[in-house]
Design a protein around this ligand. Structure first.
Ligand code: 9MR
Length: 457
């Protein structure tokens, strides 16, 4: 979430995708099984990705939230969402000056209640413009576009982790040129103007350029976007990330140099995201390759698939997703989960901080159970902890962390929070007697969570 706990003046870039809003105490509740003292094998996509410092998300069609089969897969498996259509320009500003946020807000509320991160899609695009905008040109259009960016980014401020500020602004094929559009005809600088307006409206959101067919490193379109990002970075235009849609449908295939593309963009000093993944007929090997490529690039922050079940897909005739129409896991699902579970934690380049001695603690006896802490993986900016409860089969354990540290993800328990966001009460949820959580250090690398109590029942 846009990070209310970030210290003023701290570099945006130290922020990770898993910062949490203290005010609401959001957390990922995707279930995982964590075996004490051994490598963990998470049982859901979101939990496994979180253990590797990534997210695993999906596009959501908000009207499908009424379908309980859909929503139960969404809540179980994913810890990030993108509105498939509901944050596009025609949805949010159908008439000039009349903003319609209700449906998008419903998705944001759902995501917040489930501890899911939200990707905003998309502020400026040649497509899905409302009629009033499609008919505009020149300075009138430029101003209307900038006003849309400002109004929308302001409305969602604090709730959006990443914005696709500009979507699909380059031409396919060998030209390497900008795509012709009414926005492009307002002048080449429309993209950077949109990024500047977005930064001003929501300084805490990460700002991405998002496109398709920029997966193959050798393609002219990939090279053209690369040059634009390089230019933006060199001139201080505020850009934080590049989204590779990665629709390997409709005749476009996973390229063997995909990892080179991800790492080349990352080397420019931007994060990379796989934002709209779907693969024709869902071959396990291509899905596995995408996951492995992302895990191999430290700045690849996560993967979003473009829908949950094949029947939800914009290309349902190609059956490109991880769940079939009945909501069952396909072989590609198993391949993705296994690749996530086999993946190593992200190489941050930072030194590993050993847990300090004397911490973490086991609480005083008395509540009818005992909670024993096992320190987990430590990264440069965060660490995992698992807690095993003995003496009771249903229990609640109170854990306190030291601000500015923040718990950013949990698994295998039902957490609630006090108003400060520093005290978490984790209740058993039937998935065993070990739960786990990730804590962001936020500049304090020495503090470790304290167990305050363990209460049976
Ligand atoms: O999946 C979306 C589909 O429901 C819409 O009809 C379509 C309209 O443009 O947009 C689809 O999503 C697109 C996304 O916003 C941008 N990248 C390509 C996606 C697939 O077309």
């Amino acid at each position: 979430m846009a990070n209310s706990s970030r210290a003023p003046g701290r570099s945006r870039r130290v922020r990770t995708a898993f910062a949490v809003s203290a005010a609401v105490g959001l957390l990922a509740t995707a279930a995982a099984v964590v075996l004490p003292g051994s490598a963990s094998a998470a049982s859901t996509l979101g939990a496994s990705a979180a253990e590797r410092g990534r997210y695993f998300g999906t596009a959501v069609a908000v009207n499908r939230l009424n379908d309980s089969a859909y929503t139960s897969i969404l809540n179980r498996e994913f810890n990030q969402v993108t509105a498939e259509n509901e944050m596009k320009i025609d949805a949010l500003q159908p008439q000039q000056g009349q903003f319609n946020y209700g449906t998008a807000d419903r998705l944001v509320q759902h995501a917040r209640s489930q501890g899911m991160l939200v990707r905003g899609h998309t502020l400026a695009w040649h497509s899905q413009q409302p009629d009033w905008m499609r008919n505009m040109s020149g300075p009138t259009l430029r101003n209307a576009m900038l006003n849309h960016v400002t109004q929308v980014a302001t409305h969602f401020r604090g709730q959006i982790e990443w914005w696709d500020v500009v979507n699909e602004a380059f031409e396919d094929g060998s030209s390497g040129a900008r795509r012709d559009s009414n926005l492009q005809r307002t002048g080449d600088d429309w993209i950077e103007a949109a990024f500047r307006a977005a930064r001003q409206a929501d300084p805490n959101a990460d700002l991405c350029y998002n496109d398709y067919n920029i997966d193959n490193w050798n393609d002219a379109k990939t090279q053209a976007v690369y040059r634009m990002v390089q230019d933006f970075k060199s001139r201080g235009v505020p850009i934080d990330c590049v989204g590779l849609q990665s629709h390997f449908t409709g005749g476009s295939n996973y390229p063997s140099n995909y990892r080179t593309t991800l790492s080349s963009f990352a080397a420019l000093g931007v994060d990379v995201h796989i934002t709209e993944l779907d693969i024709r007929n869902a071959p396990s090997d291509a899905y596995r390759n995408v996951v492995n490529d992302c895990l191999a690039v430290a700045r690849c922050k996560g993967i979003t698939v473009w829908g949950i079940r094949d029947s939800d897909s914009w290309r349902s005739n190609e059956s490109p997703l991880l769940f079939n129409g009945s909501g069952q896991k396909k072989p590609a699902y198993d391949a993705v989960l296994a690749a996530l579970n086999n993946g190593t934690p992200p190489p941050t380049g930072d030194p590993t901080t050993p847990p300090p001695t004397g911490n973490p603690t086991t609480p005083p006896p008395g509540g009818g159970c005992t909670a024993t802490v096992t320190p987990g993986q430590v990264w440069g900016d965060r660490y995992n902890t698992s807690v095993t409860v003995s003496g009771a089969s249903t229990w609640s354990v109170v854990v306190e962390i030291t601000p500015p540290q923040r718990i950013s993800a949990t698994w295998s328990g039902n957490p609630t929070w006090d108003s400060s966001g520093n005290v978490m009460t984790m209740r058993s949820n039937g998935s065993g007697n070990t739960f786990g959580f990730t804590t962001m250090m936020n500049g304090n690398s020495s503090a470790r969570p304290q167990i305050r109590s363990c209460t049976a029942g």
